[in-house]
Design a protein around this ligand. Structure first.
Ligand code: 8YV
Length: 319
């Protein structure tokens, strides 16, 4: 029997590529020099799309695949998949929730600690000889015992809050409604109010049209010159122009970002604004998590093409 044709939007580690190629006829659009010509040749046969969180699948790609049945995302975020296009044609969408929450939360907390205690700067201080020439590093700010705010108390936000509890922090959060599993933490109605009540603002909300620029200039001003913004969600949740302005004029104290509009390219002004830590979208990037994400991506494709229930369907588009 012919293997189902899958349009592959981005590369996976070898431990996923081998089993994917054994079971499916993978057509790698990211290797093509002319993506439009590639689509014209291969998309008519594609019954599935395998993509990554940050790459998704646009309406143009979905429309080019008349036989499309499923879009399987390697990532929890599916904001880059055109859900309206999928819904209109009854195309299933799957993602990889849960398996990455612990690593993403670890990374968010690591960025908070590294940025507040000057750990990257400290490494440079030793390497470039400042320690011997200039003496001790400038003093940094404490993390434990301060106030944390979580914007979006979903799976990842919950794991962040759980970890921060160990730092004796006062934890507040905002979401569409209070969460029954957050008895020890304080619900706050708006992002701006949350920002006034915290020193570290963690952005962990799933991105959507509604959350675009949910962290705007007013939220950053409320976070203030002693505050730090940490974003491990999607760049679209933060108004980058407002963030650059707030860091440049000292309205906001510091930021740590794992995600950028248009990544891997980024607004060049980020390279020169003060007090910012830049990371290459690597919060879920451990061997353990990426293996689990790959296994779940494949399990969803396998389930679909064997007529079994999907393991982790995106409920917003489920028929
Ligand atoms: C990426 C992510 O998918 O889970 C998400 O939504 O953004 C990440 O885990 C990862 O970089 C692989 O593409």
């Amino acid at each position: 029997m012919d293997k189902p044709v899958i349009l592959q939007m981005g590369e996976y580690p070898a431990w996923d590529e081998t089993p994917l190629n054994a079971r499916f006829d993978m057509r790698r659009i990211f290797d093509a020099t002319d993506a439009d010509a590639f689509l014209a040749e291969h998309a008519p046969y594609a019954r599935g799309i395998a993509t990554r969180g940050e790459l998704g699948a646009s309406r143009a790609v979905i429309d080019a695949c008349p036989k499309l049945e499923i879009v399987s995302v390697y990532g929890v975020g599916y904001d880059a998949v055109d859900l309206d296009a999928c819904r209109a044609r009854g195309i299933q969408v799957t993602n990889t929730p849960d398996v990455l929450s612990g690593d993403v939360a670890d990374f968010a907390v690591a960025m908070m600690l590294a940025q507040s205690r000057g750990i990257v700067a400290g490494d440079g201080w030793v390497r470039n000889g400042d320690w011997t020439k200039r003496g001790a590093m400038p003093l940094q700010r404490r993390a434990f015992g301060r106030r944390a705010g979580i914007l979006g108390l979903g799976r990842i936000g919950f794991e962040i809050a759980k970890r921060l509890s160990g730092f004796d922090m006062k934890i507040s959060y905002t979401d569409v409604a209070p969460k029954h599993y957050a008895q020890d933490w304080t619900f706050v109605a708006t992002p701006e109010e949350l920002a006034t009540q915290c020193d570290f603002l963690f952005v962990a909300a799933a991105a959507s049209r509604e959350t675009r620029h949910i962290v705007n200039g007013d939220v950053l001003a409320a976070l203030g010159p002693d505050g730090m913004l940490i974003n491990v969600s999607r760049a679209s949740n933060v108004d980058e122009d407002a963030l650059i302005a707030a860091l440049s004029d000292g309205t906001l104290g510091a930021a740590a970002l794992d995600v950028f509009e248009g990544e891997p390219a980024l607004d060049e002004r980020f390279l020169s604004v003060p007090n910012i830590m830049l990371q290459p979208h690597q919060a879920s990037g451990t061997v353990e998590t990426r293996k689990a994400m790959g296994a779940l991506l494949r399990a969803n494709l396998e389930a679909h093409f064997s007529g079994k229930p999907l393991i982790s369907p995106v409920s917003e588009v489920a028929p």
